[in-house]
Design a protein around this ligand. Sequence first.
Ligand SMILES: [Fe+2]
Length: 439
Amino acid sequence: MSINARAAIFAFVFAAVFVIAWHMSAISASALTPDGPCRVMLSFTGDPRYTVTVTWTDAENGGGAVRYAASKGFLNAREVRAVPVTGAAPAEISGRRFSAELTGLSPGTTYYYSVSGDPDGVYSFTTAEAESGSFSFMYLGDIQVTERAESDFSAWGRFVSGAYKKNPGLAFALQGGDIVESGINTEQWDAFLDNAAPVFSRLAFMPTNGNHESNFLSGKPELYLDVFSLPRNGPEGFEEEFYSFDYGDAHITVLNSWVFSGEQKLGDGDFAEIDAWVARDLSSSDATWKIAVTHVPLYAVHSDAAADKAKNHWAPLFEYYGVSLVFVGHQHVYSRLKPLTGGAEDFGDGVTYIMGNSGRKFYESADETLAERTIYNTSVYQIVRVDGDKLTVQTFDEEGRELDFVELSPRRAAEPGYIDVSEDAWYADAGYDIRKKAS
Ligand SMILES: [Fe+2]
């Protein structure tokens, strides 16, 4: 056979494989997206005593509406029309995402709702109580399902459903970032939503941006912003990447630590704005419990440049403004550190850092120098119970076995003027109520 003939056959076979693969991919993508409303998720975009937001995918119907009432029979039902979820690229996700913010709800009340045209029918949720009382929530570390998206997310979905059934009455769930392996892969987002929706159509899901959500050229988590509806009270230009909300006597602040990676090409002025927002957010709350979530750990268990930057920027603010508990992820072990002040053990008034990992990607080692408890090769979830001046964190595995437990007392914000800061720290002269200790 001549070289030309071989080249022609190779080109034909290559073209045929390409066409078949493209066709299969198109079939696969369309099969993942049902025609009607699906992938229904709840979140908070306002005060959870009065406001709950429903977000869903709708490929065909332009969104429709959410109908809801405080009775199963939909007596005196109200309806809110859908609006497209506003993100960086609103039409990118397969089947557009829509949301409806349900406002004017009554505290401590169970509501029933349905999305028009959704064959899965009626869901329910319960609003936060009017007065601060005890409540529990779930923390989920990295999910980060890899290329076998559908089967791996199914396993995670079963893990979360089990956790939900074993812990009735949860108020919401926090997730610490790295939801998908590839943030630009719509099929992974669809598979995540398919497996998250059975639980999180009934329980608000409050995510954090991780590095795997951010792998766009812009450094922005474009599909993350398209998929979720979150509070828009973050710094200008970083809404929903940074946000906070209050539930009972807890103030939860969610931070996009991946800004320190350099992908967003931020300058000193941007970081000053972000840090000023963190300082304002924490100082404006008088909640007993201040809890922060960042994907990148401030105290890394494996060397990490972004973590060091996050620590330098935010650890002094957490210490100063009375943050008691910080949830992190990124390094694929469970790690609860000793309470820390300035990087040193401080059982009297230190900040507690807990790294979770709800997925199945595991690191075999970790620096345990600062750790009080480290668990390897185990998918875990945390149940946090807030009850007045007592907060407990339990860590469970898939079987519901309790692997770790810690009880915390609330930290208080420092008195103005009494914090050690380095001469060149941005906040040394920034007027955020942090001043160098008089010496
Ligand atoms: Fe990560």
